[in-house]
Design a protein around this ligand. Structure first.
Ligand code: IMP
Ligand code: MG
Length: 177
């Protein structure tokens, strides 16, 4: 598959993605079943994950979004911009961040800082994908869907120059082409 002259190959089928999301929702539910966590999706990338995740989540919950951006084209930039802050009064809530992917960890650090100033009851991170080899953060990610090689991926909410978010499978850059 080609997007803007870049060749991609399939990394996870649509079914595999759904299985991973379902498993994550079950794992989180085990830890939060007596509570009503506030799931905070990180826009834009995590909009599909957030939607599917809550449809698989069996317990009470609340949902909100923040918007952060650090990527430009194929590379992560140093600067993470906050474009939309979480709107609810989050004091006393059990927060679970839903991220599409963790790469350098800069976005994650911004989120950790953002929420550490608020008087939340608890704070955890769930990420569908995790590039272990490029992660430079200190925060240990609480729920990981799948560890992947540190290459660029698209699909299921993840974009390449804003394209590919609609794909149901996840594709990885094909270096052999
Ligand atoms: P980090 O701040 O470097 O950890 O990057 C995290 C953010 O960059 C993610 O929330 C994504 O939105 C975006 N990102 C990281 N890796 C990829 C990728 O391979 N494809 C598309 N977006 C990515
Ligand atoms: Mg993101």
């Amino acid at each position: 598959m080609v997007i803007d002259d870049i060749q991609f190959k399939k990394l996870l089928t649509a079914e595999e993605v759904q299985d991973i999301v379902q498993r994550m929702a079950a794992e989180v539910y085990q830890d939060y079943k007596d509570k009503s966590p506030l799931f905070v999706g990180v826009l834009n990338g995590a909009f599909r994950l957030t939607s599917d995740f809550i449809s698989y989540y069996e317990g009470d919950c609340k949902v909100s979004f923040v918007k952060l951006a650090s990527y430009s084209g194929l590379t992560s930039t140093q600067l993470v911009q906050t474009l939309l802050e979480v709107s609810e009064d989050i004091e006393g809530h059990d927060i679970v961040i839903l991220e599409d992917i963790i790469d350098s960890g800069r976005t994650l650090k911004t989120l950790v800082d953002m929420f550490s100033n608020a008087k939340v009851n608890s704070f955890r991170i769930a990420s569908l994908l995790y590039k272990k080899d490029t992660y430079q953060g200190e925060y240990a990610i609480d729920y990981i869907g799948r560890e992947i090689p540190s290459e660029f991926v698209v699909g299921y909410g993840l974009d390449y120059n804003e394209e590919g978010r609609n794909l149901n499978a996840i594709y990885i850059i094909d270096k052999d082409e």
